[in-house]
Design a binder for this molecule. Structure first.
Ligand SMILES: Cc1cc2nc3c(=O)[nH]c(=O)nc-3n(C[C@H](O)[C@H](O)[C@H](O)COP(=O)(O)OP(=O)(O)OC[C@H]3O[C@@H](n4cnc5c(N)ncnc54)[C@H](O)[C@@H]3O)c2cc1C
Length: 329
């Protein structure tokens, strides 16, 4: 039995987003491709040739592209319309989105439209030899990992948590692109009135290349200032462990860990965080991990590339000054 799989491809400034790369490279693996047919769906007001090339480099042979001026801003009604049009014709069995703003917005609409199952925020999937599929997802704020197994499913809508699967190497292909027209929707209830740019100049934590993370060693927003000074050296994003969010120092979207975000920066500074499993679960795909902790036995040192034993209030400002000098050169 061969399945058809359709994957939503998100991109920004012509770059395919990491979460889409993760899903596509996972689904381009031999084990999946040998028994399934994978299609990527990309839409927007303008799509560069280079973006299609990137998708081919992720091993996806079949691309469906919808280009229309009305797709300049996210409009879930139009996206739902594009999908239902393509799903009715292509009849895919599995439809994947990243667990992003777009995915979370569109998945319930589509599963409701088809009266089909929606599985959100998966952190693991397995294509079994008996053609069943297993997904795992955290529930109850990450206290329990739910395992869901499907066989002969008709249509299944899935969102995949960013930065969990990682981007793997695949065989490059030259993709076949089929361009589709968007018929106008009458009576749209959803209108974009104004686009307001976010004031934050730094990247969201799950897209950040460099992260400075603080933990319970910091008791107030004022304490966190030294971490912002360090972050400013590289334009890094500042996040934290759960206590920092529970104390109200940082907003929930900046929590790293099992019940927060999984991150995959090239470099992360972990400051005053003990390294409990629920935090470490969020940094499994990080590149270089540099930790600072006053306790030489802190568990975080076991998952760090470099460790500094000392008081964050002393070490961080020194590090910031030294790094400023290096960055200037
Ligand atoms: C279901 C569930 C889900 C959870 N999800 C998450 C999650 O997503 N993310 C998360 O982070 N946690 C999560 N937790 C909580 C997790 O178990 C830990 O309680 C939390 O990670 C601890 O945060 P911390 O390391 O900042 O604090 P602590 O464990 O209290 O560690 C503070 C560290 O700071 C060091 N320190 C203190 N002062 C200084 C100083 N001046 N200089 C240097 N070092 C200093 C200490 O030595 C210590 O190692 C979850 C828990 C549960 C039960």
């Amino acid at each position: 039995m061969e399945r058809r799989i359709l994957v939503n491809i998100e991109y920004s400034n012509g770059e395919v987003k990491n979460v889409s790369k993760e899903i596509l490279t996972y689904l381009s693996s031999k084990q999946v491709v040998d028994r399934n047919e994978v299609y990527g769906l990309i839409y927007g007001s303008k799509i560069d040739q280079d973006t299609y090339k990137q998708i081919g480099e992720l091993g996806i042979k079949n691309i469906i592209s919808v280009i229309d001026e009305s797709l300049r801003c996210h409009n879930p009604e139009i996206v739902e319309y594009i999908y239902t049009d393509i799903i009715d014709e292509l009849k895919p069995d599995l439809i994947f989105f990243g667990n992003t703003y777009v995915g979370r917005d569109v998945l319930p609409r589509l599963s409701q439209h088809y009266n089909a199952y929606g599985v959100s925020d998966i952190i693991d999937m397995e294509f079994k030899d008996d053609y069943s599929i297993v997904f795992r997802k955290p529930i109850y704020g990450g206290r329990i990992i739910e395992k869901l197994q499907f066989q002969n499913e008709e249509k299944l809508f899935i969102t995949s948590r960013p930065n969990v699967f990682g981007v793997s190497d695949t065989n490059k292909v030259i993709p076949k692109i089929s361009f589709r027209k968007l018929n106008k929707i009458e009576d749209s209830k959803y209108k974009v009135l104004k686009i307001v740019e976010k004031e934050d100049s730094v990247l969201p934590i799950n897209e950040a290349e460099i992260i400075v993370a603080g933990g319970r060693a910091f008791k107030s927003s004022q304490d966190f200032e030294i971490l912002h000074d360090l972050a400013d050296v590289f334009g890094a994003t500042v996040g934290g462990s759960r206590p920092v969010i529970d104390m109200g120092i940082k907003r929930r979207s900046l929590q790293i860990g099992q019940s927060g975000k999984s991150v995959s920066p090239r470099l992360i500074f972990v400051c005053g965080i003990s390294g409990q499993i629920q935090f470490v679960a969020g940094i499994g795909n990080a590149g270089t991990v540099i930790s600072i902790n006053k306790n030489s036995d802190a568990t975080i040192f076991k998952t760090s590339d470099y460790g500094i034993v000392g008081d964050v209030y002393k070490i961080v400002p020194i590090l910031t000054e030294k790094l400023k000098e290096i960055v200037k050169i």
